[in-house]
Unconditional design. Structure first.
Length: 282
């Protein structure tokens, strides 16, 4: 899809402008070599894992809170900083591509093979980065007394204590929110706007906490590596349900719906609204 506006700015961005910008970014990523995608995805997994570290530090330094609301607000704010690292750093995050990379496929500019390659490489690289960082937390955190096993047991417990269907639906919400972040950042022309959007929308993921496959992997693996009793089977159930939910949330509720309503409307219509003076002159 194309738009007649060249280099739109600020508030002049229309639906089709945003879609075209997302489409162009997605095509660039789909055509990147796998080696570059993997290194960028590995970096994103490492960087996003700071969110788990920051949340663990909050729970360690302040094991009790005056209210559950304050606790969740602090955890949400600390985790959103890590999303900022990834979004502004423009490294490859799987839950961003569940929205971004789907758009060219819907528009017949790319195929499922290219989409599968991108998803597979980025997903594997993200998880590897999370596993490495979780190992680092498990070794360094207790030694520096900045993170305790109890803190990570609490983080993992909030994700693992639900039935599979709840994890799936929660994952849909998290994927939806991540897709909205990607879409709204593309709509913003300035860095300050992108920062505010990223912090506000992604903090909702941590506030839930809703199930995010990449951030949650560091939380669950961190608890496992610290010997809190989390099992590999629990992690497998978590990652399967959460990944499926994230894909549905980003692909259907953001990419599919946004592309659909823009494609149905077509290019922006020019509305000729008569002014009161014109009407009086007639």
């Amino acid at each position: 899809m194309s738009d007649s506006t060249d280099d739109p700015s600020g508030a002049s961005l229309s639906y089709s402008n945003i879609l075209e910008r997302e489409m162009e970014n997605a095509l660039k990523e789909l055509r990147r070599p796998s080696r570059g995608l993997f290194l960028s995805g590995f970096s994103a997994g490492l960087n996003l894992s700071f969110g788990a570290l920051f949340m663990g530090m909050v729970l360690t330094f302040s094991p009790t809170f005056s209210s559950e609301l304050i606790k969740q607000a602090l955890l949400a704010g600390s985790s959103s900083i890590a999303f900022l690292f990834v979004v502004l750093g423009q490294t490859e995050l799987f839950t961003a591509h569940t929205t971004l990379a789907v758009l060219p496929v819907l528009d017949d500019r790319s195929g499922l093979g290219e989409l599968g390659r991108l998803w597979g490489v980025v997903y594997a690289a993200n998880l590897l980065g999370c596993a490495v960082f979780a190992g680092l937390i498990a070794v360094l955190g207790p030694e520096m007394t900045i993170v305790t096993p109890a803190a990570f047991d609490s983080l993992a417990g909030s994700l693992l204590s639900h039935p599979s269907w709840v994890i799936l639906l929660s994952g849909i919400v998290a994927g939806w929110l991540m897709g909205l972040t990607t879409w709204l950042v593309a709509a913003s022309r300035d860095t300050i706007g992108q920062v505010l959007i990223t912090l506000l929308v992604t903090s909702a993921i941590g506030f839930g906490p809703f199930h995010h496959a990449i951030l949650g992997t560091t939380e669950v693996l961190g608890a496992m590596f610290m010997g809190t009793g989390v099992t590999l089977g629990q992690f497998g159930r978590f990652i399967a349900m959460t990944t499926a939910g994230n894909v549905i949330g980003g692909s259907v509720f953001v990419a599919g719906l946004n592309y659909g309503h823009i494609a149905l409307v077509g290019s922006d219509a020019d509305l000729d609204v008569d002014s009161p003076e014109t009407e009086q002159g007639d």
